[in-house]
Design a protein around this ligand. Structure first.
Ligand code: CO
Length: 203
């Protein structure tokens, strides 16, 4: 392999390990994908969806972008959401933010330009709308963390208002939406207690 041979080597090793554990691993995966979970997370390399929830290929459908956003005006996100809900029939949508999110910090502090600035504009708007709450956090690190949490809530309400989710709920399909946040410091997820759902038994 001419380019990035180390990555191909790692890939061969990984594939061999999967087969060693389960000789029909790839055969089964090829048949059909029917994940129960749809994850909307940040593109941050430190927050790999499958790994942090201990899921194998085939178990979670994933959409990641800067600062785990969703908007009806984002055709990419809308297409992925529609596919997850309508074609795959996922039962849980997890919006997962993370503390220490650079996209969220840029929305608070500015200093970015171009497409990134355009992308995070809705978070900057959110920060403006929730300014009193944010300013109540004297410590800038706490303010940043607070906005990471508020961003999850904002995205969750946008997903809840999407056509795909409203139609699923109207049709009585089981579908729950969850807002979580991941802490880079301990590798643990926290449930932000904003689950909304229909026709699904929630603890
Ligand atoms: Co991030």
């Amino acid at each position: 392999m001419k380019y990035l041979p180390e990555l191909f080597e790692r890939n061969r090793r990984w594939a061999a390990e999967q087969l060693a554990g389960d000789p029909s691993f790839f055969e089964r995966l090829c048949e059909i994908q029917r994940p129960k979970y749809f994850w909307i997370g940040c593109a941050d390399s430190r927050v790999p969806a499958n790994q942090i929830i201990g899921m194998q290929p085939g178990e979670v459908f994933v959409h990641r972008n800067v600062a785990n956003r969703y908007g009806d005006d984002d055709v990419n996100a809308r297409a992925v959401l529609e596919y997850a809900v309508e074609a795959l029939g996922v039962e849980h949508i997890i919006v997962c933010g993370h503390y220490g999110c650079g996209g969220v910090r840029a929305a608070l502090e500015g200093g970015v330009q171009g497409a990134v600035a355009q992308w995070i504009a809705p978070i900057a708007k959110l920060a403006e709308a929730r300014r009193a709450e944010l300013e109540a956090c004297a410590d800038p690190a706490k303010r940043w963390a607070k906005l990471c949490e508020l961003n999850v809530a904002d995205v969750l309400s946008r997903v809840a208002g999407s056509r795909a989710v409203r139609q699923a709920w109207d049709a009585g399909r089981p579908l729950a939406l969850h807002g979580w946040i991941y802490d880079l410091h301990d590798g643990l997820l926290r449930d932000l207690n904003m689950t909304v759902g229909a026709n699904i038994s929630l603890p």
